[in-house]
Every structure is written in structure tokens, then in C-alpha cells.
Design a protein around this ligand. Structure first.
Ligand code: NDP
Ligand code: OXD
Length: 306
């Protein structure tokens, strides 16, 4: 079996060594133009040339959860696309989102500013009942995040495409229920895949439905948010703040208003990193399964877009 590795932004050697150790029977090599035809690809943001030159791939394994970049390319219809299925990401995402929600709810940013100024001051405790948190997307990451927030006794709502049931989470689904879901929430966490249906979903209209003093945490993709609308809602005071990990253009351009906005916290697409060892183990297991004709979790439905 031949495996070709083509991942932007990753040092290839540790991946190649890890894949060779996990699949000793396979011939694993770094893709380059003109490379021989492989059976399987391990990819992140490959160029179109990769797929043009590898028409015989049986499957490609994405080293991330989001496949939006991959689905913009022309990939042969018979090539199965498989995404990472957690592989250590969901606990990181739960840490990140719970941290952002609690930091905002407990006003730790304001306490840090006070104590840096030498002030021993107290703020009136806020009520959890006034801080319902909504999670857009209840998949591998969103469900873990929703359950984790519920552990801290926040009222938690979740929205997905199909109906879901999660203990401790009030679940909503479909476009018809979306606006009612948003009206319940003060804090909104975006964990949707980027698809034609979800692009630009977070706009003046939809974010305007959040309770006054709302807060946005976007950890999915930058193109879910209409940047100018978010800025307008922050400046009008309808939204109290935002924590943003993902952006339309990454790295976030130096001149972008998000960098210095006093109500925005920016992190560099780091909320849930791909963990190499866990990912190699998962991909190797799935390659073995696909090679023997079995189905695997995380297979992307191209029509659905995730
Ligand atoms: P999943 O595919 O497991 O879950 C997607 C969820 O979104 C599902 O609940 C799905 O509904 C819901 N959904 C999709 N489309 C719609 C729609 N049109 N209307 C309502 N609900 C919809 O994805 P993951 O949880 O694994 O990951 C989510 C995203 O997080 C990734 O696509 C990626 O972009 C981003 N990500 C960001 C990272 C970072 O570091 N910032 C790291 C990893 C991922 P249903 O359950 O009905 O199918
Ligand atoms: C992913 C990401 O999709 O890192 O895995 O954003």
C-alpha cells in the first residue's frame, strides 16, 4: 500500500516516521510534483495539483476536523474524504470555550486590570440564570463543549441540523428553530462546519437576536462571521464582547480592526490543535479499516458539506 503525505504548515518528518511506525507494511512518502500514484493521502490544505496528479486515491485523511478547504478543490468522486474525529481536540475545545465563558462571566479581565492598578475591588456576582450559553453545532466538538458548560451549571442550549438529545442541554434544530434558539442565548459559541448554508450566518440580524449584552465565541471558521456587523454590534453596545480564534484571513492581517478592539480577545487559531501522535494513531487505524473494506467514522458527506 502506498501513502502520500501532503500537509501545509506541518513538519513532514515526524509525521512520516509516525505513519511508517504505525503502518510498517506501507510505503509512506512526502508528496511532490510527479510523485507516483498512491492509494491513500494524508492531507491538510493540499494544492489542486495534488488531486490532479493523484486521480487513483481511494481515500484522503484530513489532519483536521474541518474539511471546508478540501471541499473547495476538485477531488475525484470515488476518493473517500475522512476527517479527524476528535483525536484529542474535543477536550482542548472544551477547555478553551469554558475558559472564555468563565473569564467573561466572572469578569476576570476587569479584575486583572484592577489589581494591576493596585486596586482591591469587588464586583457584584452575576447570576448564571442570566447567562444562558448557546452552542451552534452539536457534533464531535460542540457536544463536548455543551456538556462541559452544563457541568458549570450554565443554562445551555444547542442547535444542530438534525434533532439531538443531550442531557443537561436544551436542543434545537433546523432553520425554523434557529431564531428562537438565538433569542434564548446571552453567550453564543460557534462550532459549525463552514458550508454554503453556514457562511456569513453570524450577521447583524442573527447576532442582534442575542440577549442585550451578548457575547460571541467563534472557534469554527472566520467566514461564519460578517466582520463589519460584529464590529457594529460591539460598538452599539448590543454585544459586550467577543473571543475570536478564527478569521477570514489567517494570520489576521496587521491592520484588521479586531486586533486592537477593546472588546475583542484574539487568539491565533489555537483553540483545538491537531495532536500528532493521536492523529497518526487514528489515521493509521482508519487506513487499515478502509483498506479491508470497512466503514470508518468521520467520513465526509460531500453533499452535506461536512
Ligand atoms: P461535526 O461535523 O462533528 O459537527 C457539526 C455540527 O454542526 C453538527 O451538529 C451538525 O448538525 C451541525 N450543522 C452543520 N450544518 C448545519 C446547519 N446548516 N444548520 C444547523 N446545524 C448544522 O464537526 P466538529 O464538531 O468536529 O467540528 C466543527 C468545526 O469546528 C469544524 O468544521 C471546524 O471548522 C472547526 N474546528 C476548529 C478548530 C480550531 O482550532 N479553531 C479545530 C477543529 C475544528 P447534525 O448533528 O444534525 O449533523
Ligand atoms: C481543524 C482546525 O479543522 O484546526 O481541525 O481548524
Amino acid at each position: 500500500m502506498r501513502i502520500t503525505f501532503c500537509c501545509a504548515d506541518s513538519k513532514p518528518e515526524p509525521w512520516l516516521e509516525g505513519l511508517r511506525a504505525a503502518l510498517p507494511q506501507a510505503d509512506v512518502s512526502l508528496w511532490q510534483a510527479g510523485a507516483p500514484q498512491a492509494d491513500y493521502g494524508v492531507v491538510w490544505s493540499p494544492p489542486q495539483q495534488f488531486f490532479d496528479e493523484q486521480p487513483g486515491l481511494k481515500a484522503v485523511f484530513n489532519t483536521g476536523a474541518g474539511v471546508d478547504a478540501l471541499l473547495k478543490l476538485r477531488v475525484a468522486a470515488h476518493t473517500q474524504i475522512v476527517r479527524l474525529d476528535d483525536a484529542g481536540m474535543s477536550v482542548q475545545m472544551a477547555e478553551y470555550v469554558c475558559h472564555a465563558v468563565i473569564r467573561h462571566f466572572r469578569e476576570f479581565g476587569a479584575y486583572e486590570a484592577d489589581t494591576r492598578a493596585g486596586q482591591w475591588s469587588f464586583r457584584k456576582p452575576r447570576s448564571r440564570a442570566d447567562f444562558p450559553v448557546g452552542v451552534l453545532g452539536l457534533g464531535v466538538l460542540g457536544e463536548r463543549v455543551a456538556r462541559s458548560l452544563a457541568q458549570f451549571d450554565f443554562p445551555v442550549h444547542g442547535w444542530s441540523q438534525s434533532a439531538r438529545q443531550i442531557a443537561g442541554v436544551r436542543c434545537w434544530h433546523g432553520t425554523d428553530q434557529r431564531d428562537d434558539f438565538l433569542r434564548q442565548c446571552k453567550v453564543l459559541v460557534c462550532l459549525l462546519p463552514l458550508t454554503p448554508q453556514t457562511e456569513n450566518l453570524l450577521s447583524q440580524r442573527t447576532l442582534g437576536l442575542l440577549r442585550p449584552g451578548g457575547y460571541l465565541i467563534n472557534v469554527a471558521r472566520g467566514a461564519h462571521v460578517v466582520d463589519a456587523d460584529l464590529l457594529a454590534l460591539l460598538d452599539s453596545g448590543h454585544l459586550a464582547g467577543a473571543t475570536l480564534d478564527v478569521f477570514r484571513q489567517e494570520p489576521l492581517p496587521a491592520a484588521h480592526a479586531f486586533w486592537k478592539h477593546p472588546k475583542i480577545t484574539v487568539t491565533p487559531h489555537t483553540s483545538a490543535r491537531t495532536l500528532r501522535d493521536e492523529s497518526i494513531a487514528q489515521i493509521a487505524r482508519k487506513i487499515t479499516a478502509v483498506h479491508s473494506g470497512q466503514s470508518v467514522a468521520g467520513t465526509v458527506d460531500r453533499d452535506r458539506g461536512y
